[in-house]
Design a protein around this ligand. Structure first.
Ligand SMILES: C[S@@+](CC[C@H](N)C(=O)[O-])C[C@H]1O[C@@H](n2cnc3c(N)ncnc32)[C@H](O)[C@@H]1O
Length: 261
């Protein structure tokens, strides 16, 4: 896995936050001038300026991944998605809902699915255990909602999602989730699939594969009265041998396994 060693800040305005991120991630915070002179840069570095955070490629100094909820790609996905979207169907979103369903995204990643579900009318809490990705998510959220706007219906928590119900309480979330959504990094080599998207390739290098996802699923499936949705590559095996899905929703490349427990 590619280790990120440096948090590089642009100017004095971003120095404090860069130091905070470096402390939380056991990195060193330095200016770009200092970084350029460093020998052992590693494949990626975390870049912080007052407007945005990015994970960047060290060798070409260009963006590898960031979170921009207002950006072209994601806003296109939002504009063209309705409750007929396979993910929306899998989590059970409807056109008219008396009450907003509460969805916990137990594997938030870059927040794309969380954001889509929020835009389609759900209340969403996303768990992301990787601190670099969490900082990207938080900055993306702050930029999207601007300074003071209330955004209780979409939030991210920097934590592992094992012991999920306890973690929700610890974060003062008392509402019981209606749905728990899992989209872990697929642990196996998927021979049939086309080349992964650039973002996914970068995530694989930074995070690796989520080899513990079946444990997470088994733990969550031990709770009752829950809808659990697991996203898998289309022809891949189920996440766990212990329990069969109630139904599946398939699109061209992915499959959503829906478990009603
Ligand atoms: C494939 S990515 C998710 C992509 C996401 N659905 C999106 O739309 O951007 C999987 C993410 O889940 C996170 N993850 C895996 N297991 C986790 C766990 N037990 N707790 C919290 N985060 C986890 C990984 O760190 C990774 O960022």
């Amino acid at each position: 896995m590619a280790e990120i060693k440096f948090v590089v800040y642009e100017n004095q305005k971003s120095k404090n936050i860069a130091e905070e991120i470096a402390l939380k991630t056991s990195c060193v915070s330095i200016t770009y001038e200092e970084f350029k002179k460093t020998d052992d840069k590693g494949e990626f570095y975390f870049f912080a300026d007052d407007k945005n955070f990015e994970i960047r490629f060290s060798n070409i100094n260009s963006k590898a991944v960031s979170v921009d909820f207002s950006g072209g790609k994601i806003s296109h996905r939002i504009k063209t998605s309705t409750v007929k979207n396979p993910l929306a169907k899998a989590v059970g979103l409807k056109g008219r809902m008396e009450k907003k369903p509460f969805i916990v995204d137990a594997t938030a990643g870059l927040g794309t699915d969380s954001f889509l579900l929020y835009c389609l009318g759900a209340r969403v809490a996303g768990f992301e255990r990787n601190p670099f990705l969490f900082y990207l998510l938080e900055k993306g959220l702050k930029n999207y909602f601007k300074a003071n706007e209330n955004h209780n219906d979409l939030l991210f928590i920097n934590s592992d999602s094992f012991n999920l119900f306890q973690k929700l309480m610890e974060n003062n979330i008392t509402q019981r989730p209606d749905v728990i959504y899992l989209d872990p990094m697929y642990p196996l080599e998927n021979k049939k699939k086309a080349k992964p998207k650039k973002e996914l390739e970068v995530l694989r290098k930074i995070i690796g594969r989520d080899n513990d996802s079946h444990f997470l699923f088994n733990e969550i499936a031990s709770f009752k009265n829950l809808r659990i949705v697991v996203k898998r590559p289309i022809h891949s095996p189920l996440i766990s041998d212990l329990i069969k899905p109630s139904h599946k929703i398939e699109s061209k490349l992915v499959r959503y396994d829906v478990y009603l427990v």
